[in-house]
Write a new protein. Structure first.
Length: 135
């Protein structure tokens, strides 16, 4: 019996498919999910999410959010998410630079903007880590 995995961001449904296993980055470390998992609600950390279907493993990068696991259904609500194949290293590097430049004057920024910029840096760094790991 496969898992139904859905990854949703505020902008889009990034992933929706049946899979065999999911490994989710959480604040406490990675957790592996198999069909029939006990109900769980956990906070997702910025990092690599791995999906296995058959003999193929795909990588996605997720930003902070929450994962809800209920038996054979896994739903991830993340601030950001991107498939590994779609990662553009140059764009991620530029995003880091822009965010770091904006944070240099952070005494002029409101706390919500600071958190958004810091989250963007964490997500971009995670993208670069995943992309460069596969070389």
């Amino acid at each position: 019996m496969p898992l139904t995995l859905e990854i949703v961001t505020p902008e889009d449904r990034v992933y929706s498919d049946t899979v065999d296993t999911v490994v989710i980055p959480t604040l406490e470390g990675e957790i592996g999910i198999l069909p029939g998992h006990i109900p769980l609600l956990t906070q997702v950390a910025d990092g690599e999410l791995r999906v296995t279907k058959g003999s193929e493993t795909k990588g996605l990068v997720v930003g902070s959010g929450f994962a809800q696991i209920d038996g054979d259904r896994v739903k991830i609500l993340a601030e950001f998410a991107i498939n590994e194949a779609q990662i553009d290293e140059k764009a991620a590097e530029k995003a880091i630079q822009r965010a770091e430049d904006a944070l240099k004057g952070k005494e002029k920024l409101d706390p919500a903007e600071i958190e958004r910029l810091e989250a963007l840096v964490r997500f971009s760094v995670a993208q670069l880590g995943v992309k460069r790991k596969r070389r």
